[in-house]
Design a protein around this ligand. Structure first.
Ligand code: DX5
Ligand code: ZN
Length: 218
């Protein structure tokens, strides 16, 4: 099973956004990862539903929207209406994770639950039967360009075991510090979708970077 690359738009050039999106699309990326930050759940502020709505007609990539916002159930419907294909909500951001995921599914959008590096898999065990994707944060959320935390690999393995033993069919995604040195270990542990921001966008030739990553997860 080959893996999927989801370039993170957080590291793109916002004054040349269309160019940066088309570039990764042409290079074989399948998803586009969109980091929504509220200045509360994480320190930074990024973009909102209107931004996603404007981006939607510009690309055929799967829009993978990662909500790093407190009480995400306040906004899931707006992001669904804006054209998100997948919406991820952090278990740490709401006492009502089941309701938040249900709201996403009711909109006909793929539902994803997200865990921070300090959160164990047991915190999401009760919702694993209802999600399409689980996002294991491999850095603490909030910023691009951080170092991959190898301690998260055992959570990927644990999720993979649950998936097989209990017949769940979610994909495992990882986010943070993904590059040519870290991607293979997460792939071998069971991850299928790989968010990559600074590795793809910060230096020269994003298309070549995607090629390198894809070769490592064939
Ligand atoms: C971090 C974000 C990531 C970020 C990853 O809070 O959720 O999606 O863009 O960036 P890199 O790949 O640079 O670690
Ligand atoms: Zn993200």
């Amino acid at each position: 099973m080959s893996g999927i690359i989801a370039p993170s738009i957080l590291s793109a050039d916002y004054t040349n956004l269309e160019r940066d999106v088309k570039l990764v699309e042409a290079a074989g990326a399948e998803y586009l990862h969109i980091d929504v930050m509220d200045g509360t759940f994480v320190p930074a502020i990024s973009y909102g539903p209107n931004w996603v709505k404007q981006l939607r007609p510009e690309t055929d990539l799967v829009l993978d929207v990662h909500l790093m916002i407190q009480n995400p159930e306040r906004f899931v419907e707006e992001f669904a209406d804006a054209g998100a294909d997948i919406i991820g909500v952090h278990v740490e951001a709401t006492p009502h994770i089941h309701r938040a995921l249900q709201m996403i599914k009711n909109k006909g959008v793929k539902a994803e639950v997200v865990i921070n590096p300090g959160t164990p898999v047991s915190a999401i065990e009760a919702v694993l039967d209802m999600v399409d994707q689980v996002l294991v944060m491999t850095v603490n959320p909030g910023f691009g360009g951080q170092k991959f935390l190898p301690s998260t690999l055992q959570k990927i393995e644990q999720l993979q075991t649950f998936r097989e033993e209990r017949g769940f069919d979610f994909d495992i995604e990882i986010d943070g510090g993904v590059n040519n040195e870290t991607i293979k270990s997460a792939y071998d542990a069971g991850a299928k979708v790989f968010v990559a921001g600074s590795y793809v966008y910060d230096k020269v030739d994003p298309a070549a970077k995607i090629g390198i990553l894809k070769d490592l997860i064939k």
